[in-house]
Write a protein that binds this ligand. Structure first.
Ligand code: XMP
Length: 518
């Protein structure tokens, strides 16, 4: 695996198992400072290889005095760089530097009022009293020698502490929205305490990635499979910016795309962005392989298998290829390297990568988005000049409409689904909801029901409308979109789409449902 070496100022977030660790990383990135999430117990000798400018120790479910509790390498606290401990992270600092941690008389969970006692550094420019979000059972009755209290709350004498060497801790969670000044506190740590500057921007990232890709690829050739989604499109555009004609993109139209999708992707990627694209219209091949299949898993496997067959033919036709560019994102990297807690997440991903790339092909990988969160990918895409409708595209599954066309996938049923889906997305966009929701789409159910249209009895298809909010697709909720919008969607689908006489709205969250119906 080849990836960009970190040449910029890096903050390392030591993850001790808090459900908010990823959120800390996002907040630091939002402050335009580069950071990486690493296992909390990583030895300092390993951490030091990344030359971190500062460390943040996350919260976690353990108690520092338990024998099995994950510990920070004490050398990290003596390395002479600023350290911020959050909740469990603060307790680790107390524990290792000579303070005391014990079970608190009261669990402190939820909102609390913070009274600032020292308005320098971490709390500079902030109110003397502010609401914060607490979630801890242990407390710190005695702080380590050389430390002083910076703030207190009703249940925590030491809700924040610091020493003169830039080692500090806070008992509350600055990364969650329920701590309204949390972003300011993190920024104070990054800018004032650690002396960092907000230089991690889309522009600086592109410049750096272009250099790295150039030096990695040299005179080699790169292949990239475009899916129509934002990640592969941004990855390809970035690689193209670096090495131009040495990149060939393959875009397989599997016949399972949405209305006008293939045309739009080609228009943007080929005509506007001038990428070198091999377009393969393999719709018939996919549809004939799917004929007669109704089982969801078999549909996925079939789409995956045919994709590999088609892709291999194309790759051979292109000739000698050295690298494969992929749009892997940072959350995927975190999930695949994180221990136990992410086990189920990993399984879901493997499952979902059906329609991904052939495992047997021997290329070196280029993953230029491997350090980015989705919102950063969008910022990079916009900076590269990609149009809004590509950059802000909602996620779309690899097996495409095959898993939204319940029952058998036929050209006729796909045509109905495409039209209904078009109406859903069109109305969601017209009503300014497209960027607010995670996904919005139509599902063609295998049901027919009785209706009355124009004085005639009809017996035709039921379309389900699915609109969900989510942060990462691991959990989701059905979006509370206004009734008027639902009414309009229903009205338009039954009027404009032949073969549909009933529309239902899916009010299931994930869990227990999943976002897709298959
Ligand atoms: P579920 O239905 O499991 O989906 O809640 C979670 C997210 O993943 C997308 N999805 C897929 N993406 N290949 C993909 O690339 C797949 O096989 C696949 N299945 C589901 C889904 O659209 C949602 O965003």
């Amino acid at each position: 695996m080849v990836e960009a070496p970190p040449t910029r100022a890096t903050v390392l977030i030591l993850d001790f198992g808090s459900q908010y660790s990823q959120l800390i990383a996002r907040r630091v990135r939002e402050a335009s400072v580069y950071c990486e999430l690493v296992p909390g117990t990583t030895p300092w000798s390993e951490l030091a290889k990344k030359s971190p400018s500062a460390l943040i120790l996350s919260g976690g479910p353990a108690s520092v005095y338990e024998p099995e509790a994950p510990q920070v390498d004490p050398a990290a606290l003596k390395a002479g760089i600023p350290v911020l401990g959050i909740c469990y992270g603060m307790q680790l600092i107390a524990h290792h530097l000579g303070g005391e941690v014990e079970p608190g008389p009261l669990r402190e969970f939820g909102p609390a009022m913070l009274e600032v006692e020292d308005a320098e550094g971490l709390f500079a420019g902030l109110p003397a009293e502010m609401p914060v979000w607490m979630s801890h059972g242990d407390h710190i009755p005695k702080i380590p020698p050389g430390f002083r209290g910076l703030a207190r709350s009703a249940n925590s004498r030491y809700a924040a502490f610091s020493n003169d060497a830039g080692i500090m801790g806070i008992q509350f969670h600055p990364e969650v929205v329920h701590t309204p000044h949390g972003r300011d506190i993190l920024r104070n740590f990054l800018y004032r305490v650690s002396g960092l500057t907000p230089t991690w921007t889309a522009g600086s990232y592109i410049a750096e990635a272009v250099e790295t890709i150039r030096s990695m690829v040299g005179g080699g050739r790169v292949l990239c499979a475009l899916s129509g989604g934002v990640d592969s499109a941004v990855a390809a555009t970035l690689v193209d910016r670096a090495i131009g004609d040495q990149l060939t993109c393959v875009f397989v139209n599997n016949g399972l795309l949405r209305k006008e999708e293939a045309e739009r992707v080609l228009e943007v990627m080929h005509r506007d962005l001038d990428l070198n694209i091999r377009y393969v219209d393999a719709g018939e091949r996919f549809l004939s392989a799917l004929r007669g299949i109704t089982d969801p898993e078999e549909k996925r496997r079939t789409v995956g298998r045919v994709f590999i067959e088609v892709f291999e033919i194309e790759a051979k036709a292109i000739g000698e290829i050295d690298f494969l560019a992929q749009g892997t994102l940072y959350p995927d990297v975190i999930e695949s390297t994180a221990p136990d807690t992410a086990a189920s997440a990993v399984k879901i991903k493997t499952h979902h990568n059906v329609g991904g790339l052939p495992p047997g092909l021997r290329f070196k990988l280029i993953e230029p988005l491997r350090h980015l969160f989705k919102d950063e990918v969008r910022a990079v895409g916009a900076e590269l000049g990609m149009p809004d409708d590509m950059v802000w595209r909602q996620p779309f599954p690899g097996p495409g409409l095959a898993i939204r066309c319940l029952g058998e996938v036929t050209e006729e049923r796909l045509a109905i689904l495409r039209e209904a889906d078009w109406v859903v997305v069109d109305e969601i966009k017209k009503n300014g909801l497209y960027r607010q929701v995670w996904q919005s789409f139509a599902v063609l159910t295998p049901l027919e029901t009785v209706g009355v249209q124009g004085d005639y009895r009809t017996y035709s298809n039921v379309v389900a409308v699915r609109v969900v909010t989510s942060d990462d697709a691991m959990t989701a909720d059905w979006a509370r979109i206004p009734y008027e919008v639902l009414a309009r969607i229903s009205n338009r689908i039954t009027n404009e789409v032949n073969g549909v006489n009933r529309v239902v709205f899916d009010i299931t969250s994930k869990p227990p449902g999943t976002i897709e119906w298959e």
